[in-house]
Ligand binder design. Structure first.
Ligand SMILES: [Zn+2]
Length: 418
């Protein structure tokens, strides 16, 4: 029987290489269910190559567990594609076999692991503070390559979240020692800690004095100062509670950089100060809204003139307008149907952008035309007997040829009368 894997990361979360004996190597009968959790240098996509599950006597690889992604790294310089734990046994997936009984040298990717330690320790501080201040429990945790989310079973206001964020960063400045130890069940009975469930045997307790005591299996930083910064970047209502996103340490720095670059670019484009760029965007939106109104008014006048210019004896109309606001489109079609007894079709747009269309008639059913557009030119649209509207990505030439096939004469934009 294979014994439980010794978790070397429990004793020293800062060790990056280790030696171990191969206890078992089995060819996987299933491909990996999802891409590897951590980017591995030189690791290739699983492209039908056989994969192997390796069990070692001990490991530094933290498996995917408790909402946290698995460590990446290598065994004898071969990439580890995934790390999973089941019943205390950790399996490392590789694309080459290792002989049982042989020795391997393992190496974990330190940068993503350390980032995970920063995120996870930050999560404990936030969860501990939320629990102590507001009594809500952390009921869900996800630590992915990009996102860290915490779910709470209660709702926090923006002010409360800001308060938690400030207190969490104070905890970083105090540079408090973080400890992790397996405590026997006797001691656990009297201890108040988060994630308390009845477990047989000792439970690993992670303590941040004054902030959090929690049952947890993951590696953490030694001191809160190493977290660097904790930033709450998003908060949404979720399952009757709240889902908040956080960024700590290196990820917070990266996030800050990205946001500063974006905001700097926006403020340069708007010639505004960084700190008042949202006001400038607001003004731009208002201006844009006013300009749209002016365009609508001008286009309406233009369309009235164009409708007047349509010959009084035109039986049917097939008109193209490169630029036309959708509000004007409808007005134009209404003007045309009042003047022309047949079918009035107006296509707005261009061959490259595609067309929005409205087809109306005061005395004919326009739906068969719409059906043809859908069938022959993959248009999308619908409507009533009197008016249909939709869009299509056909060319003007294709549309002409479709209307030519209707056995009706259309007065067309290009003045060409069939
Ligand atoms: Zn934890």
């Amino acid at each position: 029987m294979i014994p439980n894997t010794i978790k070397l990361y429990d004793n020293d979360a800062y060790q990056t290489s280790f030696n171990a004996s191969v206890l078992s190597c089995e060819r996987r009968d299933k491909p990996l269910s999802k891409p590897q959790s951590q980017p591995n240098d030189g690791a290739k996509e699983d492209c039908g190559k056989p994969l192997y599950d390796i069990i070692l006597d001990q490991t530094l690889f933290f498996p995917e567990e408790g909402g946290q992604n698995a460590d990446g790294g290598t065994l004898n310089s071969h990439p580890v594609l995934d790390v999973q734990i089941k019943d205390g046994i950790i399996r490392h997936t590789t694309d080459i076999p290792f002989s049982p009984g042989s020795q391997v040298e393992g190496q974990i990717h330190w940068q993503p692991r350390y980032s995970n330690m920063q995120q996870h320790s930050g999560e404990h501080i936030i969860s501990g503070l939320v629990h102590a201040r507001f009594g809500y429990d952390n009921v869900g945790f996800h630590l992915g390559i990009k996102n860290v989310t915490l779910d709470f079973n209660g709702i926090l206001t923006p002010e409360q979240l800001e308060q938690i964020e400030s207190l969490a960063n104070e905890a970083i400045w105090k540079n408090i020692d973080i400890s992790a130890a397996y405590l026997p069940s006797k001691q656990l009975d009297t201890l108040e800690y988060r994630s308390k469930i009845a477990l047989a045997g000792p439970v690993r307790i992670v303590t941040i004095p004054g902030y959090d005591i929690c049952a947890c299996c993951a590696p953490h930083v030694r001191q809160t100062g190493e977290i660097g910064i904790i930033k709450i970047t998003d908060a949404i209502k979720y399952k009757g509670g709240m889902r908040i996103s956080i960024q700590c340490g290196d990820r917070a720095l990266e996030d800050y950089r990205m946001k500063q670059q974006q905001l700097s670019a926006v403020s340069v484009l708007l010639s505004s100060k960084l700190e008042t760029s949202s006001d400038a965007v607001g003004r731009l939106k208002d201006e844009n809204f006013a300009l749209k109104g002016q365009i609508m008014a001008l286009q309406t006048v233009l369309m009235e003139q164009k409708a007047n210019a349509v010959p009084a004896d035109a039986a049917n109309l097939l008109l193209f307008e490169p630029q036309m606001e959708s509000g004007v489109h409808k007005k134009y079609v209404n003007l045309l149907t009042a003047k022309c007894p047949g079918i009035c079709a107006v296509f707005a747009g261009s061959d490259t952008e595609g067309y929005r269309y409205m087809i109306a008639s005061s005395c004919q059913d326009v739906r068969p035309l719409n059906d043809r557009l859908k069938k022959e030119l993959s248009a999308k649209g619908g409507g009533s007997k009197e008016m249909v509207q939709g869009s299509c990505s056909a060319s003007r030439a294709q549309l002409y040829s479709l209307f030519d096939g209707c056995n009706m004469s259309f007065y067309r934009t290009d003045q060409f009368v069939r």
